[in-house]
Design a protein around this ligand. Sequence first.
Ligand SMILES: *Cc1c(COP(=O)(O)O)cnc(C)c1O
Length: 362
Amino acid sequence: MRLALKKAILNVKPYVPGKPINEVKRELGLKDVIKLASNESPYPPSPKVLKTIQEALPELNRYPDGNCYYLRRKLAENLGVDPRQLLFGNGSDEIIVLAVRGFVNEGDEVVVAEPSFLIYEIASQIAGANIKAVPLKDFYYDLPQMKEAVTKKTKLIFLGNPDNPSGKYFTQSQIEQFLEGIPPSVLVLIDEAYYEYVQADDYVNSLNLLKKYKNILITRTFSKMYGLAGLRIGYGVGNQEMINYLDRLREPFNVNSLAQAAALACLEDKRYYAELLKKINEGRKFLYENLKELGLSYVESFTNFILIKLDKPGASLAAQNLLKKGIIVRDMSAWGLKNYLRITIGTDVENKKLIKALEEIV
Ligand SMILES: *Cc1c(COP(=O)(O)O)cnc(C)c1O
């Protein structure tokens, strides 16, 4: 007798995360290592957030509030939605997984862009879905082709806005055009993990779309701008009926108590995070200018990360060379982006270190 393994799961290509800093230190015997590989905030959470976490520590013997009561109220007020329109998750990855579990059966179809965030495909493959991958067009979503890809079997469409790894966004009129003609039975998941970074007048106001469309689920996270990647908390916003449906799928205590307290404190410390946004904007500008000076081309980004093209010595060799210098970046070959590196915008010091290292490599 052998265990009956599921074929759909055996077919999944596992997600490979960016290497942790300590692992690289150990393996290469380096003292000074920086990580620009996973689009994390290079800055710690605000002092107020850290204090809140500390104050919550003695209560760790208790289960968390399964309903995220205080965070739910505050966030609903900030977003101008009903508290019952929110679903919290152990990172927004969990919301993505719940959406797939809730709406996708074996043999159904899921439409994604390619390349895009790998979790969309992985979660869908686990459910036994067939993936319809629509290539990006010059790094932008090809929304008309994605709409073309919808069939009677389609249950879910993933739209990253802005997308990872391209860093591009689509506009209000583009999404409105796209949604016209999408059957109301198809869930459209709009992943806004980077929405806090986007500064563009024509960026989608997705919360407004919820008034007209009942088949939209918006996901956001505290992992990026708010610097809580290690605590794991994100959320989905949708219509009440859909959220109530998905809520049945989650585990009762899926969001830990420290994450809840920390996320609430983030929302109450707007000034700190506005400062961080300024620094990221300056960092992006600094990197653009210096990449240009090095003669390297890059993909203009509306997020905290940038794709850099490296024909010489080639992205995978460059990533290895950077690693030896204590800089962890992403070689994007596995995403089908030959000779592209994805780097996260770091602190001043980190950005300078990256540029200096790139100068030595190219
Ligand atoms: C980082 C990221 C997420 C967020 O993941 P969490 O589980 O909230 O940490 C979601 N979508 C995309 C495209 C991302 O890059």
